[in-house]
Design a binder for this molecule. Structure first.
Ligand code: ZN
Length: 381
């Protein structure tokens, strides 16, 4: 699905009468100025959009996606997902072509991930350099990704004996990444892989086991090690359904609840991906709204679910220019009709989207259910 894009906004836009989500609660109705690509303060000469009390959210961040092309960015944007944190895409030229596209969803990427010689991911058609055989190769792998512009390093871990990278390689990858100042995101979809991720020193762990609870010990180690979790519940739910074991998803949801109760940062990520020749299990954009609903179903408050897709991923991925509605930050904004603090499903009631200051119309699926309420008028003030 592609979105219809309005022409770039060149001047200022003042959104009046918006109730702003400030990371904790909604403000009283006030004015927010979009000044070029950033949030400004001076409404002089601005086009006025009277929001009539609608809710303004920071642009949403999906902390686990995979990229296909420009259409990925357009689709994410049309659902209010203004930042996408890729978790493995190649070739490097494709990733480079999708970086810094003006007025569209902004991405970060690790490029090619580390995989083991024989794990399930060895059969996904990954490039040969993804297999890192020993600690010396780990250093070379990380240097090559840094040269390509990787924002972080991704390593796909499996339970011991399942063909993933061995503990020596995993530890060496983390050490090399940290030497370059890059955080490490570890894929871990079993308890064994989780333990390996913690042992290796990965900063962020993505996925969460289906069918087996993470357990109090692992949750305590996540907290003690100040690790961050990105459990793509949308993908875990889809995989459980695909394997005819919908019950297995309950364990994943319970583990997220345990991490959240313990105080481990939980970020919203979906694992939206499109693999050639395979049915798409999780679609870009719409899935983040589903993910927020799954996080609330797991026990997160609506405020913390919204934080999981705004301020927290900005903080833990070092994106200091976004994640909140504040002057000077990127003008990534989502105007929604209803209050998601009351009902998280209200994030779907999108009226307008700004991505780096450029206004976009919501996805057709949203437009058909959400009549626009905001009205435009131009002022010479
Ligand atoms: Zn993934």
């Amino acid at each position: 699905m592609t979105t219809q894009t309005s022409p770039p906004t060149t001047g200022r836009t003042a959104l009046t009468g918006v109730r702003v989500f400030d990371g904790q609660e909604l403000s009283a109705p006030r004015t927010v100025v979009i000044d070029g690509s950033v949030i400004g303060t001076d409404p002089a000469g601005a086009r006025i959009v009277d929001a009539g009390g609608a809710v303004l959210l920071p642009g949403l961040i999906d902390a686990h996606i995979h990229l296909n092309g420009l259409d990925t960015l357009e689709q994410l944007c049309s659902w209010g997902v203004t930042t996408g944190l890729d978790m493995a895409t190649w070739p490097p030229a494709l990733v480079s072509s999708l970086r810094g596209v003006d007025g569209l969803t902004d991405i970060r990427s690790p490029g090619i991930p580390v995989i083991g010689p024989a794990g399930p991911h060895a059969h996904f058609g990954m490039p040969a350099e993804a297999v890192v055989p020993d600690w010396e190769a780990a250093g070379r792998f990380v240097s090559a990704r840094v040269v390509e512009g990787a924002d972080y390093i991704k390593i796909v871990l499996e339970a011991p004996g399942d063909g993933g990278p061995d503990p020596v390689v995993a530890g060496a990858v983390v050490e090399a990444a940290h030497r370059h100042g890059k955080p490490v995101v570890a894929h871990a979809s079993s308890r064994g892989a989780y333990a390996l991720a913690l042992e290796a020193g990965a900063d962020i762990v993505t996925h969460i086991p289906n069918g087996e609870p993470l357990g109090d010990d692992m949750v305590a180690r996540m907290l003690a090690g100040r690790r961050v979790a990105v459990p793509p519940l949308s993908m875990m739910q889809a995989l459980a359904a695909l394997h005819g074991s919908a019950d297995a998803f309950a364990a994943a949801s319970d583990s997220v609840a345990a991490l959240y109760r313990a105080g481990v940062p939980v970020l919203a990520g979906t694992d939206a991906a499109l693999q050639p020749g395979l049915p798409q299990l999780v679609v870009h954009g719409e899935s983040l709204h589903h993910e927020l609903e799954l996080l609330v179903a797991a026990g997160l408050s609506t405020v913390d679910a919204l934080r999981a897709a705004t301020v927290l991923p900005a903080r833990h991925f070092g994106l200091g220019d976004r994640g909140a509605v504040e002057p000077g930050l990127r003008a990534d904004l989502v105007l929604v009709d209803d209050d998601p603090l009351t009902d998280i499903r209200a994030t779907r009631t999108i009226e307008r989207i700004w991505c780096g200051g450029v206004e976009h119309t919501p996805a057709p699926a949203l437009r058909s259910t959400t009549p626009p309420a905001a009205t435009d008028r131009t002022t010479s003030a």
